[in-house]
Design a protein around this ligand. Structure first.
Ligand SMILES: Nc1ncnc2c1ncn2[C@@H]1O[C@H](COP(=O)(O)OP(=O)(O)O)[C@@H](O)[C@H]1O
Ligand SMILES: [Mg+2]
Length: 229
C-alpha cells in the first residue's frame, strides 16, 4: 500500500551481479516512514550491502522502483548533478569497510572533507568538525592519519565524517562490527539520540541488542546461494 508518509519505498526490486547469476535481491519490497529505524539482518552474502548500495544510488536494480521522498531514484535522475548533490546530501552512508573511504592526511581533514565539498565557510567547517570529534571521542587523534588508526577508531572517524554533513537519513552498514563493548554502548546511545532527534535510520546488524533497542521495523534477507563450509 502506498503511504504519503513514507520516506523510502522499494517496489519489487530485483538485483543480480551478472546475467547468469542468481539474483541477490529477488522481488524485494518495503517502505519506511520518516523518523523510523529499520534493522536489516541476514547472514553473510544475504545482500545487505548490495541493498545499501541501491539505497545510496551507487547500484541500480534490473527491475523494480526505488522512491526517495516521492522521487524515483535511478541512473537517469542521478545523472543530473544538481539532483545527485541534493540526494546525497540527505543520506549519510557508513560503508561496511571504512578503509575504502578514508583517504585524507589527518582525522581533522577527513571529517572536514564533506563540509568543505558542500562549500561551507571554513569557520562553519571548523565548528562541525570540532563537534563531531567531541561526539566520537576523536579529538586526541585530530592530526593522526586515519590510515594508521585501529579498526574501531577508523569506524568512528568514518561515522564522524558522515555526521559532519548532518544528513536526515543514516544508512549504516554493520556499524557495530569490530567495536569493543564501550564503543558499542556509546554508538547505541548515539543512535538512540539520533532517533529522538527525528533521523531516519537503516542499520545492517546481526546483533540482537540492536534489533531489540532500536528497530521499529526488521527486514530479514535470505542468502540465495548456499554457502556452507
Ligand atoms: N561486486 C560484486 N560482484 C559480484 N558479486 C558480488 C559483488 N558484491 C557482492 N557480491 C555477491 O552478492 C551477494 C551479496 O553480497 P552482499 O550484498 O555483500 O551481502 P552481505 O552484505 O549481506 O554480506 C554475495 O553472494 C556476494 O558474493
Ligand atoms: Mg555486507
Amino acid at each position: 500500500m502506498d503511504c504519503d508518509m513514507d520516506l523510502i519505498t522499494l517496489k519489487d526490486i530485483t538485483f543480480a551481479y551478472g546475467e547468469d547469476e542468481p539474483p541477490v535481491l529477488d522481488h524485494l519490497s518495503f517502505s519506511l516512514a520518516k523518523g523510523k529505524c529499520l534493522v536489516v539482518e541476514g547472514e553473510n552474502g544475504a545482500g545487505k550491502t548490495t541493498l545499501f548500495r541501491i539505497l545510496n544510488g551507487l547500484s541500480f536494480p534490473q527491475s523494480g522502483r526505488y522512491l526517495f521522498d516521492g522521487i524515483q531514484i535511478d541512473r537517469n535522475y542521478l545523472k543530473n548533478n544538481q539532483n545527485a548533490k541534493l540526494f546525497h546530501k540527505r543520506i549519510g552512508y557508513l560503508f561496511q569497510n571504512p578503509d575504502l573511504i578514508l583517504f585524507n592526511a589527518s582525522v581533522y581533514d577527513e571529517i572536514a572533507f564533506g563540509p568543505r565539498q558542500m562549500g561551507l565557510k571554513e569557520t562553519e567547517v571548523q565548528t562541525r568538525v570540532e563537534d563531531c570529534m567531541n561526539l566520537f571521542h576523536l579529538s586526541a587523534y585530530r592530526d593522526k592519519a586515519p590510515y594508521h588508526l585501529s579498526g574501531g577508531q577508523k569506524k568512528r572517524v568514518a561515522l564522524a565524517a558522515v555526521m559532519a554533513l548532518n544528513p536526515e537519513v543514516l544508512i549504516l552498514d554493520e556499524p557495530f562490527a569490530g567495536l569493543d563493548q564501550k564503543n558499542a554502548e556509546n554508538l547505541m546511545a548515539f543512535l538512540k539520540e539520533m532517533k529522538s532527534a527525528g533521523k531516519t535510520l537503516i542499520i545492517a546488524s546481526h546483533h540482537p541488542a540492536v534489533k531489540e533497542r532500536l528497530a521499529d521495523e526488521v527486514l530479514t534477507l535470505c542468502n540465495n546461494k548456499s554457502e556452507s563450509f
